[in-house]
Write a protein that binds this ligand. Structure first.
Ligand code: ADP
Ligand code: MG
Length: 447
């Protein structure tokens, strides 16, 4: 077992990617590790309000991250200053409570198929995930899901897990992040006795369903790739189910061995795309309903408009706005609260700008339609604005290239790189392009 501080540090590293930076600074940073006893990890906070907020906003995420870091942890508790004092003075009282700790469950109960909003951007990946959940060990093996950050990959893996466990409680399902898989592997090597090695193999090869999240981190780790290859073969030959998530397709994971790429291709490789406006609205409405947030429709519209590439951020904005309204004692969050609560996120020019807005400007400028720009036509009148548009999005927004490719009808990220380079060369030698790009930049910044 790792030391208390180490466990918490690693958990924070995970949480940093799971929650918005505002929430991380405000709530997660206010927690301090206090104790670990009989499966329960104790954290302390500075006030009772902080405790309530952190539990309301991030209880499941903290629990999942803690169990991911240290599988012996079954539950956690947050203690406000009074409770902390009681805990430190009367440990025997807490010991009784410890026995009531909930059993280990790796899957976040909120991440279910029912809570997953299906739209054009994710209907295929949803169907594939549902297919595996309903008919595991069958045709969809392995299932490889990929797509940008915050688009629901982990949610889908947990949904499959929750579904499988519910219908078949005896199944042995192991969900790990690639980081954990690697860490376990490295640990087994460090111990260099055959027992540690056997235990490691036993752990991964005795399961019925293996899920590895964020497999892209296997890039450049030759030893782990080798081990994973053997684990994969072993499970596959024994008709076990394998499910993998990644932020990019197999062929774009740096140095991923050909033999692994070909293993992944034996099943289904399916991407999850950036949600369109209607899906974003539906997700926000569902979230508001689930969390009992009371927010005006205008607020939901505004958030959906401003945040178009990451559902985690979308949800973060909603919870921040509703928290803000509750601080002011308002029954329902209004537009005014959005402006105030999200001023860091949406009022600066850069963040005000979205990919959709840039695409709109380019379409207006060239008098073409959005369908033209994201479509497949290759005539010069369309290719130039399309490439300029990709260039502007690369330059003006901080978006992953894969996501930009997706905005343009699911193009490969190498196409985006090509467009960016081509336009930046053209700007140097062609004055008309230079003027156009500058005009478009100021047009996008003005709107
Ligand atoms: P990823 O693993 O792709 O980075 P997550 O699965 O962690 O993304 O999703 C980020 C957040 O967005 C989660 O809170 C998840 O519940 C939510 N989310 C993503 N997609 C959907 C969806 N289609 N419907 C409802 N919530 C979603
Ligand atoms: Mg994830």
């Amino acid at each position: 077992m790792l030391k208390l501080d180490e466990i918490w540090q690693k958990t924070c590293n995970i949480l940093q990617h799971e929650v918005t930076s505002a929430s991380y600074d405000l709530w997660i940073k206010s927690l301090e590790p206090l104790d670990y006893s009989e499966g329960v990890f104790y954290l302390s906070t500075s006030s009772e309000t902080a405790k309530q907020r952190v539990l309301k906003l991030h209880e499941e995420q903290i629990r999942t991250a803690l169990t991911e870091v240290e599988s012996e942890i079954k539950d956690f508790k947050v203690l406000d200053p009074d409770e902390k004092e009681n805990y430190l003075n009367k440990p025997q009282v807490e010991e009784q409570e410890v026995n009531k700790a909930t059993p280990l469950c790796n899957f976040n109960p909120k991440y279910t198929f029912d809570n997953f909003v299906v739209g054009n951007s994710n209907k295929y990946v949803y169907a594939a995930a549902r297919g595996v959940a309903e008919h595991p060990f069958d045709k969809i093996n392995p299932l490889f899901i990929y797509g940008g950050a915050g688009l629901g990959k982990t949610h889908l893996l947990h949904s499959i897990g929750n579904f499988l466990i519910k219908n078949n409680p005896d199944l042995k399902i192991l969900y790990v992040t690639c980081e954990k898989f690697t860490r376990d592997y490295v640990e087994s090597l460090k111990n260099s006795n055959s027992k540690a090695n056997t235990e490691y193999r036993e752990k991964y090869r005795s399961v019925d369903v293996l899920m590895i999240d964020d497999i892209q981190f296997i890039a450049n780790k030759t030893g782990t790739q080798e081990e994973f290859f053997h684990t994969f073969n072993d499970l596959y030959q024994n008709q076990k189910q394998i499910i993998i998530a990644s932020d990019r397709p197999p062929k774009e994971i740096a140095s991923l061995e050909e033999r692994l790429i070909s293993r992944f291709s034996m099943g289904i490789i399916q991407d999850v795309q950036i949600p369109d406006f209607e899906t974003r609205l539906a997700i926000l409405q569902k979230k508001a309903q689930q969390e009992h947030y009371s927010v005006d429709d205008d607020v939901i519209n505004l958030i959906a408009e401003h945040c178009d590439t990451n559902i985690r951020e979308l949800e973060g904005m909603l919870s921040k706005v509703s928290f803000y309204a509750s601080l002011l004692g308002k029954p329902s969050a209004t537009l005014e609260d959005v402006t105030e609560a999200l001023k860091d996120q949406i009022s600066t020019t850069k963040q005000n700008l979205t990919a959709d807005r840039i695409i709109d400007c380019v379409c207006k400028y060239y008098s073409i339609t959005k369908e033209d720009i994201i479509g497949k036509r290759k005539n010069k009148e369309i290719v130039e604005p399309r490439q300029i548009c990709m260039y502007l999005i690369c330059e003006m927004l901080d978006l992953p290239l894969v996501s930009i490719g997706q905005l343009f009808g699911g193009r490969d990220h190498t196409t985006v790189i090509h467009a960016r380079e081509k336009v930046s060369d053209l700007i140097k030698e062609n004055n008309r392009i230079k003027v156009t790009v500058n005009d478009l930049k100021s047009m996008a910044n003005r709107t």
